[in-house]
Design a protein around this ligand. Structure first.
Ligand code: TXA
Ligand code: MG
Length: 349
Protein backbone atom coordinates (compact mmCIF):
# COMPACT_ATOMS: atom_id res chain seq x y z
CA UNK A 1 0.00 0.00 0.00
CA UNK A 2 1.21 3.51 -0.77
CA UNK A 3 1.53 5.61 2.39
CA UNK A 4 0.35 9.21 2.18
CA UNK A 5 2.67 11.44 4.22
CA UNK A 6 1.84 14.88 5.65
CA UNK A 7 4.52 16.95 7.36
CA UNK A 8 3.37 19.82 9.59
CA UNK A 9 4.20 21.59 12.83
CA UNK A 10 2.25 21.64 16.04
CA UNK A 11 1.86 25.42 15.94
CA UNK A 12 1.12 25.39 12.18
CA UNK A 13 -1.25 22.48 11.69
CA UNK A 14 -2.18 21.54 8.12
CA UNK A 15 -5.90 21.19 8.76
CA UNK A 16 -6.56 19.66 5.34
CA UNK A 17 -3.93 17.01 5.97
CA UNK A 18 -5.42 16.21 9.35
CA UNK A 19 -8.92 16.04 7.80
CA UNK A 20 -7.60 13.61 5.17
CA UNK A 21 -6.09 11.41 7.89
CA UNK A 22 -9.26 11.65 10.00
CA UNK A 23 -11.24 10.42 7.03
CA UNK A 24 -9.01 7.35 6.84
CA UNK A 25 -9.67 6.67 10.53
CA UNK A 26 -13.44 7.06 9.98
CA UNK A 27 -13.27 4.56 7.14
CA UNK A 28 -11.52 1.96 9.29
CA UNK A 29 -7.94 2.67 8.21
CA UNK A 30 -4.71 3.20 10.12
CA UNK A 31 -2.75 6.45 10.59
CA UNK A 32 0.56 7.15 12.36
CA UNK A 33 0.68 10.50 14.16
CA UNK A 34 2.88 12.47 16.57
CA UNK A 35 2.24 12.67 20.30
CA UNK A 36 4.30 14.36 23.02
CA UNK A 37 5.58 10.97 24.24
CA UNK A 38 6.28 8.91 21.09
CA UNK A 39 4.56 8.53 17.71
CA UNK A 40 1.32 6.54 17.78
CA UNK A 41 -0.28 4.19 15.27
CA UNK A 42 -3.99 4.88 15.39
CA UNK A 43 -7.31 3.42 14.32
CA UNK A 44 -10.95 3.76 15.40
CA UNK A 45 -10.95 2.25 18.91
CA UNK A 46 -14.60 1.23 18.53
CA UNK A 47 -14.11 -0.73 15.28
CA UNK A 48 -12.73 -4.27 15.77
CA UNK A 49 -11.65 -4.65 12.14
CA UNK A 50 -9.78 -1.34 12.16
CA UNK A 51 -8.03 -2.25 15.41
CA UNK A 52 -6.95 -5.60 13.94
CA UNK A 53 -5.05 -3.70 11.25
CA UNK A 54 -2.90 -2.04 13.93
CA UNK A 55 -1.84 -5.43 15.27
CA UNK A 56 -1.02 -6.59 11.73
CA UNK A 57 0.97 -3.48 10.76
CA UNK A 58 3.09 -3.68 13.95
CA UNK A 59 3.34 -7.45 14.24
CA UNK A 60 2.01 -7.02 17.77
CA UNK A 61 1.10 -10.00 20.00
CA UNK A 62 -2.71 -10.34 20.19
CA UNK A 63 -2.76 -10.40 23.99
CA UNK A 64 -1.35 -6.89 24.31
CA UNK A 65 -4.12 -4.29 24.84
CA UNK A 66 -4.15 -0.84 23.24
CA UNK A 67 -4.46 2.58 24.84
CA UNK A 68 -7.51 4.62 23.78
CA UNK A 69 -6.74 8.27 23.00
CA UNK A 70 -9.38 10.94 23.55
CA UNK A 71 -9.60 14.67 22.89
CA UNK A 72 -12.08 15.40 25.68
CA UNK A 73 -12.00 14.76 29.43
CA UNK A 74 -15.58 13.54 29.39
CA UNK A 75 -15.07 9.79 29.04
CA UNK A 76 -18.36 8.60 30.56
CA UNK A 77 -19.36 6.95 27.29
CA UNK A 78 -16.24 4.72 27.34
CA UNK A 79 -15.72 3.69 30.97
CA UNK A 80 -17.59 2.90 34.21
CA UNK A 81 -16.90 3.60 37.89
CA UNK A 82 -14.52 6.52 37.53
CA UNK A 83 -13.06 6.91 41.04
CA UNK A 84 -12.50 10.33 42.55
CA UNK A 85 -8.73 9.72 42.41
CA UNK A 86 -9.01 8.96 38.68
CA UNK A 87 -10.93 12.21 38.27
CA UNK A 88 -8.26 14.12 40.21
CA UNK A 89 -5.49 12.59 38.07
CA UNK A 90 -7.31 13.51 34.86
CA UNK A 91 -7.93 17.00 36.15
CA UNK A 92 -4.25 17.47 36.92
CA UNK A 93 -2.50 15.62 34.07
CA UNK A 94 -4.90 15.50 31.09
CA UNK A 95 -3.88 16.46 28.46
CA UNK A 96 -0.41 15.00 29.02
CA UNK A 97 1.74 11.88 29.25
CA UNK A 98 -0.56 9.89 31.58
CA UNK A 99 -2.74 6.84 30.85
CA UNK A 100 -5.32 5.72 33.38
CA UNK A 101 -6.75 2.22 33.45
CA UNK A 102 -10.49 2.05 34.15
CA UNK A 103 -13.32 -0.48 33.70
CA UNK A 104 -14.42 -0.42 30.09
CA UNK A 105 -17.96 -0.19 28.79
CA UNK A 106 -19.17 -2.64 26.14
CA UNK A 107 -18.82 -0.01 23.43
CA UNK A 108 -15.06 -0.76 23.49
CA UNK A 109 -14.57 -4.06 21.68
CA UNK A 110 -12.48 -6.92 23.10
CA UNK A 111 -10.06 -6.51 20.20
CA UNK A 112 -9.01 -3.11 21.60
CA UNK A 113 -8.62 -4.29 25.21
CA UNK A 114 -7.17 -7.68 24.16
CA UNK A 115 -9.99 -9.38 26.05
CA UNK A 116 -9.48 -7.44 29.30
CA UNK A 117 -12.43 -5.83 31.11
CA UNK A 118 -10.33 -2.72 31.64
CA UNK A 119 -9.01 -0.10 29.23
CA UNK A 120 -6.28 2.52 29.25
CA UNK A 121 -7.40 6.08 28.46
CA UNK A 122 -5.04 8.89 27.53
CA UNK A 123 -5.53 12.47 26.36
CA UNK A 124 -2.38 13.58 24.51
CA UNK A 125 -1.20 17.16 24.81
CA UNK A 126 0.14 17.21 21.25
CA UNK A 127 -2.19 19.51 19.29
CA UNK A 128 -1.93 17.50 16.06
CA UNK A 129 -2.92 14.32 17.88
CA UNK A 130 -5.91 15.98 19.54
CA UNK A 131 -7.03 17.58 16.29
CA UNK A 132 -6.88 14.19 14.58
CA UNK A 133 -9.04 12.61 17.31
CA UNK A 134 -11.47 15.53 17.18
CA UNK A 135 -11.81 15.42 13.37
CA UNK A 136 -12.20 11.63 13.41
CA UNK A 137 -15.15 11.92 15.80
CA UNK A 138 -14.13 8.67 17.52
CA UNK A 139 -11.61 7.68 20.20
CA UNK A 140 -8.36 6.46 18.64
CA UNK A 141 -6.66 3.27 19.80
CA UNK A 142 -2.92 3.74 19.40
CA UNK A 143 0.17 1.83 20.43
CA UNK A 144 3.60 3.27 19.71
CA UNK A 145 4.24 3.45 15.96
CA UNK A 146 7.12 0.98 15.81
CA UNK A 147 7.38 -2.58 14.58
CA UNK A 148 6.74 -4.61 17.73
CA UNK A 149 9.85 -5.00 19.90
CA UNK A 150 11.83 -2.06 18.47
CA UNK A 151 12.43 1.25 20.27
CA UNK A 152 9.44 3.59 19.88
CA UNK A 153 9.81 6.32 17.23
CA UNK A 154 10.20 9.89 18.41
CA UNK A 155 10.44 11.43 14.94
CA UNK A 156 8.72 10.96 11.63
CA UNK A 157 11.72 9.43 9.85
CA UNK A 158 11.85 6.55 12.33
CA UNK A 159 8.12 6.12 11.81
CA UNK A 160 8.63 5.92 8.06
CA UNK A 161 11.48 3.46 8.56
CA UNK A 162 9.12 1.02 10.30
CA UNK A 163 5.76 1.70 8.68
CA UNK A 164 6.20 3.11 5.17
CA UNK A 165 3.95 1.10 2.81
CA UNK A 166 2.38 -0.70 5.79
CA UNK A 167 -0.18 1.99 6.74
CA UNK A 168 -2.44 4.34 4.79
CA UNK A 169 -1.13 7.60 6.20
CA UNK A 170 1.64 9.08 8.36
CA UNK A 171 1.50 12.56 9.88
CA UNK A 172 4.85 14.04 10.77
CA UNK A 173 5.03 16.81 13.33
CA UNK A 174 7.73 18.11 15.62
CA UNK A 175 9.78 15.46 17.38
CA UNK A 176 8.19 13.95 20.48
CA UNK A 177 9.13 16.14 23.40
CA UNK A 178 9.02 13.69 26.28
CA UNK A 179 10.61 10.81 24.39
CA UNK A 180 9.37 7.97 26.61
CA UNK A 181 5.79 6.71 26.70
CA UNK A 182 3.03 7.77 29.05
CA UNK A 183 2.92 6.68 32.68
CA UNK A 184 0.22 4.01 33.12
CA UNK A 185 -1.76 4.10 36.38
CA UNK A 186 -4.28 1.37 37.20
CA UNK A 187 -7.22 3.20 38.77
CA UNK A 188 -9.39 0.08 39.11
CA UNK A 189 -7.55 -0.76 42.34
CA UNK A 190 -7.22 1.14 45.61
CA UNK A 191 -4.65 2.55 46.04
CA UNK A 192 -3.92 3.08 42.33
CA UNK A 193 -0.80 1.36 41.04
CA UNK A 194 1.74 2.42 38.39
CA UNK A 195 2.03 -0.31 35.74
CA UNK A 196 4.56 1.53 33.57
CA UNK A 197 6.70 4.54 34.57
CA UNK A 198 6.69 7.31 31.99
CA UNK A 199 6.37 11.01 31.31
CA UNK A 200 4.55 11.80 34.57
CA UNK A 201 6.79 10.91 37.51
CA UNK A 202 5.80 9.02 40.68
CA UNK A 203 6.68 12.16 42.61
CA UNK A 204 4.12 14.13 40.56
CA UNK A 205 1.44 11.43 41.01
CA UNK A 206 2.01 11.36 44.77
CA UNK A 207 1.19 15.05 44.95
CA UNK A 208 -2.34 14.10 43.89
CA UNK A 209 -2.59 10.92 45.98
CA UNK A 210 0.23 9.91 48.27
CA UNK A 211 -0.57 6.17 48.37
CA UNK A 212 -0.01 5.59 44.65
CA UNK A 213 2.77 3.01 44.34
CA UNK A 214 4.85 1.25 41.70
CA UNK A 215 4.02 -2.31 40.65
CA UNK A 216 7.07 -4.19 42.04
CA UNK A 217 7.49 -6.22 38.86
CA UNK A 218 8.33 -3.12 36.86
CA UNK A 219 12.01 -2.82 37.64
CA UNK A 220 12.71 -6.54 37.98
CA UNK A 221 13.36 -9.16 35.35
CA UNK A 222 9.97 -10.80 34.65
CA UNK A 223 9.69 -14.19 36.36
CA UNK A 224 6.94 -16.66 37.26
CA UNK A 225 6.34 -15.06 40.68
CA UNK A 226 6.64 -11.49 39.44
CA UNK A 227 4.48 -11.01 36.38
CA UNK A 228 3.91 -7.46 35.15
CA UNK A 229 0.26 -6.40 35.21
CA UNK A 230 0.57 -4.51 31.92
CA UNK A 231 0.67 -7.38 29.41
CA UNK A 232 3.09 -5.50 27.14
CA UNK A 233 5.70 -5.24 29.89
CA UNK A 234 6.49 -8.95 29.77
CA UNK A 235 7.92 -8.84 26.26
CA UNK A 236 11.49 -7.89 25.31
CA UNK A 237 11.02 -4.37 24.06
CA UNK A 238 12.79 -1.20 23.00
CA UNK A 239 15.46 -3.41 21.49
CA UNK A 240 17.94 -2.23 18.88
CA UNK A 241 19.50 -4.92 16.67
CA UNK A 242 22.66 -5.26 18.75
CA UNK A 243 22.52 -6.60 22.32
CA UNK A 244 22.58 -3.94 25.05
CA UNK A 245 24.52 -4.25 28.32
CA UNK A 246 24.11 -1.81 31.20
CA UNK A 247 27.07 -0.99 33.43
CA UNK A 248 25.78 0.13 36.80
CA UNK A 249 27.45 1.64 39.87
CA UNK A 250 29.91 4.36 40.76
CA UNK A 251 30.49 6.54 37.69
CA UNK A 252 34.29 6.37 37.78
CA UNK A 253 34.21 2.58 38.02
CA UNK A 254 31.57 2.50 35.27
CA UNK A 255 33.90 4.36 32.90
CA UNK A 256 36.79 2.02 33.73
CA UNK A 257 34.64 -1.05 33.20
CA UNK A 258 33.22 0.20 29.92
CA UNK A 259 36.71 0.97 28.59
CA UNK A 260 37.87 -2.49 29.63
CA UNK A 261 34.94 -4.22 27.89
CA UNK A 262 35.36 -2.04 24.79
CA UNK A 263 39.00 -3.08 24.53
CA UNK A 264 38.01 -6.75 24.70
CA UNK A 265 35.55 -6.34 21.87
CA UNK A 266 37.99 -4.36 19.76
CA UNK A 267 40.60 -7.08 20.25
CA UNK A 268 38.03 -9.45 18.76
CA UNK A 269 37.34 -7.17 15.78
CA UNK A 270 33.92 -6.10 17.03
CA UNK A 271 32.47 -2.59 16.93
CA UNK A 272 30.97 -1.15 20.10
CA UNK A 273 28.40 1.59 20.69
CA UNK A 274 28.61 3.48 23.97
CA UNK A 275 25.72 5.35 25.57
CA UNK A 276 27.44 8.11 27.52
CA UNK A 277 26.61 11.53 28.95
CA UNK A 278 28.10 15.00 28.61
CA UNK A 279 29.95 14.42 31.88
CA UNK A 280 31.61 11.19 30.72
CA UNK A 281 31.93 11.18 26.92
CA UNK A 282 35.50 12.51 26.95
CA UNK A 283 36.71 9.47 28.91
CA UNK A 284 35.89 6.97 26.17
CA UNK A 285 38.71 6.81 23.64
CA UNK A 286 37.37 3.97 21.50
CA UNK A 287 33.98 2.88 20.25
CA UNK A 288 31.12 4.84 18.72
CA UNK A 289 30.20 7.20 21.57
CA UNK A 290 26.82 8.95 21.81
CA UNK A 291 25.99 11.34 24.62
CA UNK A 292 22.35 11.40 25.75
CA UNK A 293 22.90 14.83 27.30
CA UNK A 294 23.85 16.09 30.72
CA UNK A 295 23.02 14.17 33.87
CA UNK A 296 21.71 17.49 35.19
CA UNK A 297 18.92 17.44 32.60
CA UNK A 298 17.25 14.04 32.85
CA UNK A 299 14.34 15.16 30.65
CA UNK A 300 16.79 15.64 27.81
CA UNK A 301 18.19 12.17 28.42
CA UNK A 302 14.66 10.69 28.20
CA UNK A 303 14.04 12.73 25.06
CA UNK A 304 17.15 11.33 23.33
CA UNK A 305 17.01 7.73 24.55
CA UNK A 306 15.00 5.93 21.85
CA UNK A 307 16.57 7.87 18.99
CA UNK A 308 20.02 7.00 20.33
CA UNK A 309 19.16 3.31 20.59
CA UNK A 310 17.95 3.38 17.01
CA UNK A 311 21.00 5.27 15.78
CA UNK A 312 23.17 2.28 16.70
CA UNK A 313 21.22 0.19 14.18
CA UNK A 314 22.35 2.62 11.46
CA UNK A 315 25.98 2.16 12.55
CA UNK A 316 25.66 -1.64 12.63
CA UNK A 317 27.51 -1.95 15.92
CA UNK A 318 27.95 -5.46 17.37
CA UNK A 319 27.15 -4.53 20.95
CA UNK A 320 25.92 -1.48 22.90
CA UNK A 321 27.23 -0.57 26.36
CA UNK A 322 25.23 1.91 28.42
CA UNK A 323 25.85 3.84 31.59
CA UNK A 324 23.05 3.63 34.18
CA UNK A 325 20.99 6.47 35.68
CA UNK A 326 19.46 7.33 39.04
CA UNK A 327 15.94 5.99 39.31
CA UNK A 328 14.19 9.03 40.68
CA UNK A 329 11.91 11.36 38.70
CA UNK A 330 11.94 10.60 34.98
CA UNK A 331 15.02 8.43 35.68
CA UNK A 332 12.68 5.58 36.65
CA UNK A 333 11.18 5.52 33.14
CA UNK A 334 14.63 5.84 31.56
CA UNK A 335 16.01 2.87 33.52
CA UNK A 336 12.84 0.84 32.90
CA UNK A 337 13.27 1.25 29.12
CA UNK A 338 17.02 0.66 29.26
CA UNK A 339 16.59 -2.48 31.41
CA UNK A 340 14.09 -3.86 28.96
CA UNK A 341 16.15 -3.01 25.90
CA UNK A 342 19.03 -4.85 27.58
CA UNK A 343 16.85 -7.82 28.52
CA UNK A 344 18.01 -7.00 32.09
CA UNK A 345 21.65 -7.66 31.18
CA UNK A 346 23.23 -5.56 33.95
CA UNK A 347 26.89 -5.57 34.97
CA UNK A 348 27.29 -4.17 38.50
CA UNK A 349 30.57 -2.41 39.27
O1 TXA B 1 2.71 7.31 25.40
C1 TXA B 1 2.02 6.34 25.07
O2 TXA B 1 1.29 5.76 25.90
C2 TXA B 1 2.09 5.87 23.62
C3 TXA B 1 1.50 6.96 22.73
C4 TXA B 1 1.36 6.53 21.30
O3 TXA B 1 0.29 7.41 23.25
N1 TXA B 1 1.39 4.62 23.47
C5 TXA B 1 1.90 3.44 23.92
O4 TXA B 1 1.16 2.32 23.61
O5 TXA B 1 2.95 3.36 24.53
P1 TXA B 1 1.76 0.85 23.63
O6 TXA B 1 0.68 0.01 23.05
O7 TXA B 1 3.08 0.83 22.96
O8 TXA B 1 1.91 0.50 25.14
C6 TXA B 1 0.74 0.30 25.91
C7 TXA B 1 1.06 -0.46 27.17
C8 TXA B 1 1.33 -1.93 26.93
O9 TXA B 1 2.38 -2.34 27.78
C9 TXA B 1 0.02 -2.58 27.35
O10 TXA B 1 0.17 -3.91 27.78
C10 TXA B 1 -0.45 -1.66 28.47
O11 TXA B 1 -0.11 -0.39 27.99
N2 TXA B 1 -1.92 -1.69 28.65
C11 TXA B 1 -2.85 -1.25 27.79
N3 TXA B 1 -4.09 -1.46 28.27
C12 TXA B 1 -3.94 -2.03 29.49
C13 TXA B 1 -4.85 -2.53 30.48
N4 TXA B 1 -6.16 -2.44 30.32
N5 TXA B 1 -4.33 -3.07 31.61
C14 TXA B 1 -2.99 -3.15 31.77
N6 TXA B 1 -2.09 -2.71 30.86
C15 TXA B 1 -2.54 -2.17 29.73
MG1 MG C 1 5.03 0.33 22.52
Amino acid sequence: MKTKVFIMEEDKIDLEGVAYAANIIKQGGVVAFPTETVYGLGANALDPLAVKKIFEAKGRPQDNPLIVHVSDKNINNLVDNISSIANDLMEKFFPGPLTIILNKKDIIPDETSAGLKTIGIRMPSNEIARKLIEFSGVPIAAPSANISGRPSPTDVNRCLEDLNDRVECIIGGNNSNVGVESTIVDCTVEPPCVLRPGGITLEQLKQVYNDIYIDPSIMAKPSDDLKPKAPGMKYRHYAPKAPVKIIKGDLKKTIEKINEIVQNYIDNNKTVGIIATEETRQFYKNGYVVSLGSRNDMNKIAHNLFETLRSFDDKNVDVILSEAFDENGIGLAIMNRLNKSAGFHIINV
